[in-house]
Ligand binder design. Structure first.
Ligand code: BDP
Length: 722
């Protein structure tokens, strides 16, 4: 009996040693796994890293760069590499301008700015080396990560000539984290910020968080929820924030805070929060000075005002500009910025929600202080699986604007569904707004090139609503890590390609082996379109269930405010479906540049994927496919379900090549995604059929349950709902 047991244990141990299962992977290492390379690959890498040489003075940041290089090389090669001061063939040399000169290099790095770097295979003093050159230690850190990425993804290291400069100045994460560690729209456990234990106890996670962000160029983080608590600005929380700032600083990450506009009033330190009252402005001045005493490089404030019940300048009949500029004045002398959100819609404005931000902000164009940047969501409604780009990006020309993407998947299946968002980011950023005669993409407007502005003339930036929590794998699911990664890569370069970014991520996170990587790439590239198909095809939007936004509820019609109800968005009746945003309807299209508005004004020239976003059309409307609108809608739901099934099947074929724990976890999520895709399809078809009264197109499988079954589902404990 004991012999049997012994044999079984031996067998289990042998199975663990199968190459695909050699290391227990739990996702904690993200894309910074640095796993041991195959022997041939090791030899190749060794030849380009015979030593790491850094002649100049060290700082905490350059120590971080050296530390990461050593960690990466030790992981990939199995042995540590020497750190030296002497040049030798095959060395990796890190140099800033003064040491470049001393080394006899004529490389000019003046064009890479403070954060950029140049990686080049060259000769220095007769030795063949890889030179990593930058103007600052943070440039060296970014370059070190870029070199490790090249090494880990199998790129050639022998003829490098990679010059990289971030296109946007502010590349920030927005954590919607509350002080009790709950996370609004968080699907990855509690907040990683342990406010209770801070400032005395510093979790190693904070360092690993900083490493991960630096590896993709993120240089700022807003620690708390946009629905902010006044407590955030009290002395104890400033001390806690300072402790985090100290950990993040060597990695080039500045901290920012979301602030509640009425903070001084709610803390009972002023009698009003009116931005034009001197006692209010003085309070903010004093508060800013207090923050900067604790955190000299504090980034600034993020503000959600007069939106979804939050206080703001409108409470005192002042404008968004009055509010933002008052805060901006308090921060200006310290070098801080105000990120003022344009995600606003009002309780009592009957206008189409899609046009309210434009209605409120366009009259204020040009009125904001230079250290204010208006933060605009990618689309005019709310982080839907697909939205046309927000018209403010092209309409508001005299105000710096930054993009806000959601990384956490509030409306795309939480951390259960696989939806790679690189394709969503790319789609928005590459869209031609038609705002300039030669064209102007959203990316060009963001990075200021479309305004003809010299880089640095005005603020630029991108924010991503984080999907990070205390889950062991950070994001709740392994594939959601890719969205954090992609966000960082697009914030660095808004012209990046989703496919290329996914390729990089896969090679580092799962495997660089071509057939495995190709299979995973295929799943990722079609994943978001699948979600659009089974949730909200053809431009439909906001049909998710109330509050938590889990699952379909297109029938909801009884909520207090019209724009809380899905029926407000789809407007389906016995005759047709869709929201008319043309001149005959809400005329929201008028906020786009004339050439584009004209395209959107006619269903025939409106891209199919935005059809029902802009038009209310009869069920029998003839689609380009030859089908009726009704039949096309049903076909899209079916296509989405089929893609979900195919993603699960593709993953199951990878069982022998993916480490066991991650394979099993992803498999379970994909199975659930397929199930929920069917639920979305069935509930949506049952509902729209009940409204249209039309028979199902021929050959279409009817929903297995009556509509009431889908309507009766309840999820009182769905996560992320505050
Ligand atoms: C919505 C979320 C809500 C956020 C809001 C925002 O449901 O939790 O507070 O966006 O961005 O999508 O402020």
């Amino acid at each position: 009996m004991t012999r049997m047991l012994g044999l079984l244990i031996l067998l289990a141990a042998m199975l663990q040693l199968h190459p695909a299962h050699a290391a227990i992977e739990d996702g904690y290492d993200l894309w910074l796994r640095y796993r041991l390379l195959a022997p041939g690959e090791q030899a190749r890498l060794k030849a380009h890293a015979t030593a790491i040489v850094m002649p100049s003075k060290r700082s905490a940041t350059s120590e971080a760069a050296l530390g990461e290089l050593q960690r990466g090389l030790a992981g990939m090669l199995g042995t540590p590499r020497p750190l030296g001061a002497k040049l030798q063939d095959g060395a990796l040399v890190l140099a800033m301008p003064e040491s470049l000169k001393a080394l006899g290099s004529t490389l000019d790095v003046s064009g890479v700015g403070r954060e950029g770097y140049h990686l080049i295979s060259t000769r220095l003093q007769g030795k063949k080396v890889t030179l990593l050159a930058a103007n600052s230690d943070i440039g060296l850190l970014y370059g070190a990560f870029a070199w490790l990425r090249a090494a880990g993804t199998g790129a050639s290291l022998s003829s490098l000539d990679q010059r990289s400069v971030p296109s946007l100045q502010l590349r920030v994460l927005n954590h919607w984290d509350n002080l009790d560690r709950s996370v609004e729209r968080g699907y990855a456990g509690e907040s990683i910020w342990n406010w209770w234990e801070l400032p005395d106890i510093l979790d190693q996670r904070y360092v690993d968080y900083a490493r991960a962000n630096a590896s993709i160029g993120i240089n700022g983080t807003v620690l708390n929820n946009v629905n902010a608590s006044p407590e955030m600005l009290t002395a104890p929380f400033i001390a806690k924030t300072a402790a985090l700032a100290n950990v993040l600083r060597p990695y080039g990450i500045r901290v920012y805070l979301s602030v509640r506009f009425s903070t001084p009033l709610e803390l009972k330190e002023t009698r009003t929060a009116d931005p034009l009252q001197p006692e209010v402005a003085d309070w903010w001045q004093r508060k800013a000075a207090e923050i900067y005493r604790a955190i000299p490089d504090f980034g600034g404030f993020l503000v959600k005002a007069n939106s979804e019940g939050q206080p703001g300048p409108h409470d005192y009949k002042r404008t968004h500009a009055d509010g933002a500029n008052m805060l901006a004045r308090a921060l200006a002398s310290h070098g801080g910025v105000v990120m003022w959100r344009a995600f606003v819609y009002s309780d009592d404005d009957p206008a189409d929600r899609a046009r309210q931000a434009g209605d409120q902000f366009l009259p204020l164009d040009g009125q904001f202080a230079p250290n204010v940047i208006v933060q605009v969501k990618n689309g005019a409604i709310d982080f839907q699986p697909r939205e046309p780009f927000h018209p403010l990006f092209s309409a508001m020309t005299r105000t710096p604007l930054m993009m806000e993407f959601q990384i956490t998947k509030e409306y795309l299946g939480f951390a259960t569904h696989l939806a790679y968002l690189g394709t969503l980011y790319e789609e928005t950023l590459r869209t031609d707004t038609r705002a300039r005669p030669g064209g102007a993409t959203v990316a060009q407007l963001l990075d200021d090139s479309a305004h003809g502005g010299a880089a640095g003339r005005r603020l630029t930036g991108m924010a991503g609503v984080a999907n990070i929590g205390s889950a062991r794998n950070w994001s709740g699911s392994d594939f959601d890590q890719a969205n954090w990664y992609a966000y960082g890569r697009f914030a660095w370069n808004p012209n990046a390609g989703a496919r290329e970014v996914a390729r990089e991520w896969i090679a580092q996170t799962f495997s660089p082996a071509p057939s495995t990587a190709a299979a995973i790439l295929d799943m990722m590239m079609k994943s978001r379109e699948a979600v659009v198909d089974y949730m909200t095809p053809l431009g439909l939007h906001h049909l998710m269930d109330t509050g938590h936004h889990h699952g379909p509820a297109p029938w909801v019609a009884d909520l207090a405010r019209p724009e809380w109800n899905p029926v407000y968005y789809h407007r389906a009746d016995s005759k047709g479906i869709g929201f008319d945003r043309t001149a005959k309807g809400s005329n929201a299209i008028a906020q786009y540049a004339p050439a584009l508005a004209q395209e959107f004004s006619d269903p025939r020239s409106t891209p199919e994927e935005y059809l029902l976003w802009f038009h209310h059309l009869p069920w029998q409307y003839g689609m380009p496919s030859g089908r009726s609108l009704w039949a096309e809608l049903v076909a899209r739901y079916d296509r989405g379900v089929a893609t979900a099934a195919s993603m699960h099947a593709a993953w199951m074929r990878l069982e022998s090549v993916i480490d066991r724990r991650r394979h099993r976890d992803v498999a379970a999520r994909l199975r659930k995604q397929h199930e929920e895709a069917q639920w979305w399809r069935n509930a949506s078809i049952a509902y729209f059929q009940s409204v249209s009264g039309l028979p199902l197109p021929e050959g279409v499988r009817p929903p297995p349950f009556p509509l009431d079954y889908y309507k009766a589902k309840r999820f009182p404990f769905a996560p992320g709902n505050g």
